[in-house]
Design a protein around this ligand. Structure first.
Ligand code: FAD
Length: 384
């Protein structure tokens, strides 16, 4: 059904890129998932392979090393990646793309030319450090301080739950440059995490799911970075820059969540057709059929909503409330879908050797990060 539906935004070029992403996913993502889960990080080589195939920064202009496509090119890549039901590379790539967009839309020409070409080929993996032990949803509570001394910022503080922390080659740090200036005292500062004395990465955090994601604490102990590393070249723009990029981030997360719902449905249809109980396949039991019919409907609605969002992104008209609706709806739908799919798998659905069990644990965080869904509901309500 969905296989034959062609959204208005999709061109032959998008389809071709989707084919390439599908091959990449089958050859380089799916076979490595288990190993990455054990080692708590994705291989750096895989990032470089993705870069060589043009599968990173698909919607960044060619002048900065990207593919010169639009958000539809990004979307087809996420749709193929989520077919592997793998969250390490897929989630890390989303953070990488979000970081690239901060640089693209807020950076100076020099910053764009310095970082984006390396990010496009997978040499510099992007990470962004907003969250701290004492401040997550409420970023005004950030305590990390970047103090200007001569031609340098001296950064002190700590961050936590930071994705891509072991693999990163470029980091955006959210820091207070003026603790007395309220939201105008916040800045985003670019740094090279491999070459900044005083900076260190803590242990990989032990999470409920997404074990292949290198999520860590970061420590800044008198880290010196040149003042020209402030994103956009002007201090105090951090809060506005964050607000400006949030719709993009939420569009990406909505897409990923709805892609995983599609995958969970496909896995469960296959399983219930294959396994029998009481003399017939589970799929022939009325409850299974009704549940799967409901899940398929949810998946179809999610796909159409996401296609609308993709169209808005391509047109440059996506607003924060609509993007938030998509992130909230798609991540909650995913939670519900994987929970019901686990039930249809029975005991097998609780065994980590089955992808559906891993998805159940991996998917939970999608309602928490990228803006907790309650915070996003508040944003949506403000627009009513
Ligand atoms: C696996 C993982 C990866 C992550 N990656 C990154 C990363 O790369 N970079 C980064 O900076 N951060 C990252 N985070 C952090 C993530 O963005 C935060 O966890 C999230 O923003 C919530 O912040 P918090 O954990 O401090 O929760 P809190 O802000 O303490 O909120 C806790 C709960 O309170 C409720 N709540 C909070 N505020 C409100 C409100 N105004 N109205 C109603 N309810 C509210 C919500 O239910 C929320 O879930 C990651 C987190 C995880 C788990």
């Amino acid at each position: 059904m969905l296989e034959h539906y062609q959204p208005a935004w999709m061109s032959a070029e998008h389809t071709l890129l989707g084919d390439s992403a599908r091959r990449f996913t089958a050859e380089h993502i799916a076979p490595n998932d288990e190993r990455w889960r054990q080692q708590h990080r994705v291989d750096l080589e895989t990032w470089k392979t993705a870069g060589a195939l043009g599968l990173l920064l698909a919607d960044v202009p060619e002048a900065y090393g990207g593919m010169g496509g639009d958000f539809g090119h990004e979307a087809v890549i996420y749709r193929e990646l989520t077919r592997a039901a793998e969250f390490g590379f897929t989630g890390g790539r989303a953070v990488h793309a979000i970081v690239a967009h901060y640089i693209l839309h807020c950076g100076t020409e020099e910053q764009k030319h310095s970082w984006l070409p390396r990010m496009a080929v997978g040499e510099a993996i992007g990470a962004i450090a907003m969250t701290e032990p004492g401040a997550g949803s409420d970023l005004k509570g950030v305590r990390t301080r970047a103090e200007r001394r001569g031609d340098k910022y001296v950064i002190n503080g700590a961050k936590t739950y930071i994705s891509n922390a072991l693999n990163m080659g470029v980091l955006i740090v959210v820091a207070k440059t003026d603790p007395h200036a309220g939201s105008k005292g916040m800045s985003l500062i670019l740094m090279d995490p491999r070459d900044t004395p005083g900076f260190s990465v803590g242990r990989v955090l032990d999470k409920v799911g997404m074990p292949s994601q290198d999520t860590c604490e970061l420590f800044f102990d008198n880290c010196e970075v040149p003042i020209e590393n402030v994103l956009g070249g002007v201090e105090g723009q951090g809060m506005y820059q964050l607000m400006g990029q949030l719709p993009y981030e939420r569009a990406v997360l909505g897409l990923i969540a709805s892609g995983y719902s599609e995958r969970a449905l496909a896995l469960t249809v296959d399983y219930t057709k294959d396994r029998s109980a009481f003399g017939k396949p589970l799929f022939e039991q009325q409850n299974s059929r009704f549940k799967l019919a409901d899940i398929a409907t949810t998946v179809a609605v999610g796909r159409v909503f996401n296609d609308f969002i993709i169209g808005q992104c391509i047109a440059g008209t996506l607003d924060s409330a609509t993007a938030s609706m998509n992130k909230v709806w798609s991540s909650e739908a995913l939670g519900d879908v994987v929970d019901q799919c686990v039930q249809l798998f029975g005991g097998a659905g609780y065994m980590n050797e089955y992808p559906i069990a891993r998805m159940y644990a991996d998917a939970r965080v999608m309602r928490i990060f990228g803006g907790a869904n309650e915070v996003l509901r508040e944003l949506i309500a403000r627009d009513l």
